[in-house]
Design a protein around this ligand. Structure first.
Ligand SMILES: *Cc1c(COP(=O)(O)O)cnc(C)c1O
Ligand SMILES: [Zn+2]
Length: 411
């Protein structure tokens, strides 16, 4: 049986060590994000390419570097193991030679949020949680709801009123207790924090506990393994709270420490919508922290995150990687989803469409050279957003005895 080599938690702010044997949200001293630490000397014995190659493609194949100690607590719905698809036609459109799509829409609940919540719900239950809660723009709530159902415990989710109805209904279908909040995700978060202690819920808000990032880290492990134990030049990631970036940076650091990655680094490109771009603004201002975005507005719910506790970590990760930050309009990101569907057959959520819009900008301004090897993280499925798909009314209607054929609309 694969063993976790989890040893303790470390505060990313004050560096103090915290026990991993009991539940901790943020640092008890300074309130910063906590990060899991492993015994890499021990992990080294079994966390090796040849051994990994024989394991099933769920994220638990990386169990040595995941925080769930007793295998009986490892919840799975088949998360992870998503395809890394070459995209030659889209590459040509964008003026690139090597372009890959990491298709995270193929996770159990239609977004990469499954990864973080498979791990966080498992670990919370291992440490004694009997109910779980979080604020969400939608996809995290759906994933939490599914894994709580899988575990047989209640989930309480807090969603802004403008969450797509299809995702609210998805949560209800899993049996979650759903609250709709007249406010933004940050307001939902305040409500969860207010009631979690009183009601005995484990609060699984993004980066306010150390284990979701561990699940998201597996995107980094997988990418490196799928590329043959190396990194691409550039990773383009639609960024909300930023756990994906924090998780992947950690994955690459752990692989390097295990001797599984040579010196090269992938440059992170974070993408946010023009209507809510606190991290992009902070990056270009040269700031180490991001001011909250006023009046956040975008069609991409996962990116409607006006403030994040992970701002320092994300900005530091992007800068250390030699990356950059890009804002795109809602119209551009919708155009990105359209091209991914018509040029490559991949139907993605608006967040994911933003990656294509970002590459266009970075090719146009010369930041991206044509020979850069680029990976787009397609974080969610277009099937989660029926309201954004083309309308069926535009299709011509035929009678059964029709004897002429009008031209249907294209795209
Ligand atoms: C949550 C979400 C994001 C943002 O992810 P972070 O890692 O929190 O920045 C991007 N895309 C989709 C589809 C999401 O659900
Ligand atoms: Zn601290």
């Amino acid at each position: 049986m694969l063993e976790s080599t989890l040893t303790h938690l470390v505060c990313t702010g004050c560096q103090r060590t915290v026990s991993a044997d009991e539940w901790h949200g943020t640092c008890p001293d300074c309130g910063h994000v906590l990060a899991a630490r492993y015994d890499l000397e021990r992990a080294r014995w079994t966390f090796r390419p040849a051994e990994l190659a024989a394991r099933p493609w769920t994220l638990w194949r990386y169990a040595e570097l995941l925080p769930v100690c007793d295998p009986r607590f490892r919840l799975t719905l088949g998360e992870g193991g998503t395809p890394l698809l070459p995209a030659p036609r889209l590459a040509r459109t964008l003026g690139l030679r090597r372009l890959w799509l990491k298709d995270e829409s193929r996770n159990p609940t239609g977004s990469f949020k499954s990864r973080g919540l498979a791990v966080a719900v498992s670990r919370a239950i291992e440490l004694g949680a009997r109910a779980v809660a979080l604020p969400s723009a939608g996809n995290a709530a759906a994933a939490l709801s599914a894994y709580a159902a899988r575990a047989g415990i209640p989930a309480f989710v807090f969603l802004p009123m403008d969450t797509p109805p299809s995702i609210v209904r998805e949560c209800l279908a899993y049996g979650a207790r759903v609250y709709r909040v007249r406010g933004l995700i940050t307001d939902c978060g305040r409500l969860v924090r207010r009631f979690a202690a009183e009601r005995g819920w484990a609060d699984l808000s993004t980066l306010r506990e150390p284990y979701r990032a561990e699940g998201k880290k597996t995107m980094g492990f997988e990418l490196v393994e799928q590329l043959g134990w190396r990194l691409p030049d550039v990773i383009v990631y639609p960024t909300g709270g930023g756990t994906g970036i924090v998780g992947m940076e950690k994955a690459f650091a752990e692989l390097a420490a295990l001797g599984l990655l040579a010196g090269s680094r992938a440059r992170f490109v974070i993408v946010q919508p023009e209507g809510c771009a606190p991290l992009v603004r902070a990056f270009h201002e040269g700031a180490t922290r991001a001011r909250p975005w006023e009046g956040a507005q975008t069609i991409a719910p996962g990116l409607r995150v006006p403030a994040t506790i992970g701002d320092e970590l994300v900005l530091a990760a992007v800068r250390a990687s030699g990356g950059t930050a890009v804002a795109v309009s809602d119209q551009e990101l919708l155009e990105g989803t359209r091209i991914l569907a018509t040029d490559e057959g991949v139907l993605v959520s608006p967040e994911a469409g933003a990656t294509v819009a970002a590459v266009r900008q970075l090719r146009a301004n010369g930041w991206l050279a044509p020979d850069a090897e680029v990976v787009l993280f397609l974080t969610g499925s277009g099937l989660k957003h029926p309201e954004l798909l083309p309308a069926d009314e535009q299709c011509p209607v035929l009678e059964p005895d029709a004897d002429s054929l009008p031209d249907p609309p294209v795209g």
